[in-house]
Write a protein that binds this ligand. Sequence first.
Ligand code: HEC
Ligand code: HEC
Length: 357
Amino acid sequence: MKGQVLVFLGIAFLSIAFSRLETRSPTPYTLPDVGEIGDLNIPSDNPMTVEGVRLGQLLFYETLLSADGSYSCGSCHKQEFSFSDGLPRAVGYRGDTLERNTMTLVNLAWQSEFFWDGRVKSLEALIEIPVTDPREMGQDTARLVELLQDHPHYPRYFSEVFGSEKVTFKRTSQALSQFLRSIVSEGIKLPDSVLNIPPDHIEESYFVESQFLEETHRALYFRLADMCGSCHSTQVYGGTQKMFNNVNSPELPMKVPSLVNITLSGPYMHDGRLKTIEDVVEHYEKHIATLSYLNRKGNEAPKIAKLSPYDKENLPVFLKLFIDSNLMYNPAYGNPFERGRTLWPESVGSRHTLNGD
Ligand code: HEC
Ligand code: HEC
């Protein structure tokens, strides 16, 4: 009896060992530490892996995702525009103009409400919307699955992530979500001229107070933290917060966008109605007092409730400092099919399979 149990255990052990050998398990993907910007939101059935993020990157730039093979997620979410597109409102694969401005994609791993109005609660569930919307990509999910399954390379990539070559739309959405979660801004490094250190004998808090009304970039930084930071608060008031506010858009509360790379992602607001940063400054010049008061939960009033002429003039230049060039240039977020980028094996092409050459 004892011997039988041992033999049984031995066989069980060997078969597990062999199955491990056959399907190497994917390597866990570690997100960088970005400090306190909220709770991570990664579903337990879709942990991030190096292979999953890589497949997601391919799919993000894959034009098979649109009905006529002309459009990928990256056609609207362009890396050089901080994953927006430079247009007031998004334009779909057939040239239709949509109702909303293309959102930037950053630090999504720490968020749980998506789209301008937050109506979608998970990235995995979101993917189907742009893919199937007749004006965005107009693709049929079953047809997409077939195209990916018949592709010379994708089945291998799916197998590396999911342990089998079977392509499903769920797996496609999972890999895409993993890639989206990997797009991270670790924050902005402001130049020393802004963050100059107070003299030794002066307390930081006193220094802030004493600087508050000065006409310097550093003082502007403090004033913005006070005026804008109550909403655009985290990561040098950059990371997107899990909060919505309807002061800018009385008809519907909108997600507070990240100010990381803000000068790249105009036109601004959910409907793209403000063309430039100067227009945004103009807008806030009229509304900032109401905005900052309304957003305070306690009784504490903002110290500053108005943009001074100095602030108005310097804000557009100052916001240009909010650049995270890693987001713009890191090839891990870029289009792997673009010529000159050698991140992927040459053989993993995309467009040629559609055009049949
Ligand atoms: C036609 C242009 C277009 C295409 C193609 C497109 N998107 Fe978007 N994306 C948008 C627009 C516009 C919004 C805002 C939609 C809204 O609020 O209703 C958005 C919002 C998002 C958001 C929400 C971000 C946030 O902070 O809440 C994610 C995530 C996203 N898109 C991912 C994708 C993925 C993945 C694909 C490919 C499967 C894709 N998009 C294809 C235009 C596009
Ligand atoms: C009461 C909260 C609140 C305050 C205070 C606030 N904002 Fe906003 N901000 C928002 C919301 C909400 C949106 C999106 C509104 C929309 O799309 O209609 C937004 C949008 C923006 C945008 C456009 C982003 C994009 O991607 O389109 C910029 C730029 C901006 N704010 C800068 C600032 C600056 C600079 C200040 C301080 C002078 C400030 N905000 C103060 C809530 C706030």
